[in-house]
Write a protein that binds this ligand. Structure first.
Ligand SMILES: Nc1ncnc2c1ncn2[C@@H]1O[C@H](COP(=O)(O)OP(=O)(O)OP(=O)(O)O)[C@@H](O)[C@H]1O
Length: 343
């Protein structure tokens, strides 16, 4: 559906060259919800803006549905852009137009007649749940409602691809979830391929089936989301995954433990991250039996990604000189283990 080859983008700014994209190669298949994740400045927005040629690549090729985007004339590009909708972090709505007027805008540009436009706008507003706001102005809407208008407008010309540039970054978590669910429904119902640029792993986790991790203009890792979750290879992907799991004990709990166990420096607090099948196994029981140590669970958190469990356990291990053996055993089982403190 989208084939990106050797894509490089160099900005020239104040006499300095900035390589925002450095030889990016990416294949996005029809029906994918493809996440592009990375820290600030990684090149995510530049990449998504190159896909619909809002930004002109310096080198490389972008093919959408068999059409080479970099070689189109302005008229051909205008036509092709109907197939590629885009939504933005700050919605980019026309403040002087009503909701209805905003959604109608791309249809007016496409030269459709008034009746066709009215019918399509009604259909789109029903789809995004805003039929009752047709005559409101953007300033009268919440952030989530504004993004729903953005989505309706982006879908107006029946695109095959929807690009989302940090589309939920300005929204609270609950509204984010409702927008992500809407995107998921649109993907399922209309088979639209969705590309999601975000710096939030949580967004990727909610809707994407595939993900590419970017750093300094390059893709450092890409593949099925479940595979990257199960076995993140790059440091940057590992850090993103950590952002989903519990990294620190709450201060209150730390204090409580310090007071309870003062003097027993050999006891360890260990964080165990797990993913997949291994969670179903009675790991802690087997550790207790095998090593004759005491385990006190301080914190536990399990979530699911596409039906696969993952999570974090924070345990207190008491067993003096046996603890090193326990840590090795857990690592051999494929668990990520980290000593986060001595009691
Ligand atoms: N128009 C521009 N002119 C010059 N440099 C730019 C321009 N746009 C982006 N850059 C630079 O290109 C690099 C990539 O920027 P980009 O916005 O694509 O990253 P990003 O991953 O989307 O970051 P963020 O999450 O902060 O939006 C950065 O170093 C940025 O400063």
């Amino acid at each position: 559906m989208i084939r990106i080859k050797s894509l490089t983008k160099i900005y020239h700014s104040n006499g300095i060259d900035i390589k925002a994209l450095d030889n990016v190669n990416l294949n996005i298949e029809k029906g994918d919800i493809f996440g592009i994740i990375g820290p600030s400045g990684a090149g995510k927005s530049t990449l998504i803006r190159c896909i619909n040629m809002l930004e002109k690549p310096t080198y490389g090729s972008i093919e959408i549905d068999g059409v080479e985007m970099t070689k189109l004339s302005p008229a051909e590009l205008k036509e092709m852009r109907k197939k590629v909708g885009i939504i933005f972090q700050h919605f980019n709505l026309l403040s002087s137009r009503t909701v209805k007027g905003n959604v109608a805008f791309p249809l007016e540009i496409a030269g459709l007649d008034k009746k066709t436009i009215d019918n399509r706008v009604k259909e789109l507003l029903a789809l995004v749940g805003l039929s009752n706001k047709a005559n409101s102005y953007p300033s009268q809407l919440s952030g989530g409602q504004k993004q729903r208008v953005g989505i309706a407008r982006a879908l107006a010309n029946n695109p095959k691809v929807l690009l989302c540039d940090e589309a939920t970054s300005a929204l609270d978590p609950e509204t984010t979830l409702s927008i992500l669910n809407l995107l998921k429904d649109i993907n399922r119902e209309f088979g639209i391929t969705i590309v999601v640029v975000t710096h939030e792993m949580n967004v990727v986790k909610q809707i994407c089936n595939k993900v590419a991790v970017m750093e300094k203009g390059r893709i450092v890792e890409q593949g099925l989301l479940v595979e990257i979750f199960a076995n993140p290879k790059s440091k940057i992907a590992q850090n993103f995954l950590r952002s989903l799991t519990f990294s620190e004990l709450p201060e209150e709990l730390k204090d409580k433990i310090r007071n309870l166990h003062r003097g027993h420096l050999e006891w360890k607090i260990v964080k165990i991250n797990f993913f997949g099948e291994v969670t179903a196994e009675p790991i802690l029981t087997s550790v207790i039996k095998k090593f004759d140590v005491d385990i006190n669970v301080l914190y536990g958190n399990i979530d699911h990604i596409q039906g696969i469990p993952y999570g974090t356990l924070i345990v207190e291990l008491r067993g003096n000189n046996k603890i090193e053996g326990v840590l090795r055993y857990l690592q051999e089982l494929g668990l990520e283990v980290e000593v986060i403190g001595n009691v």
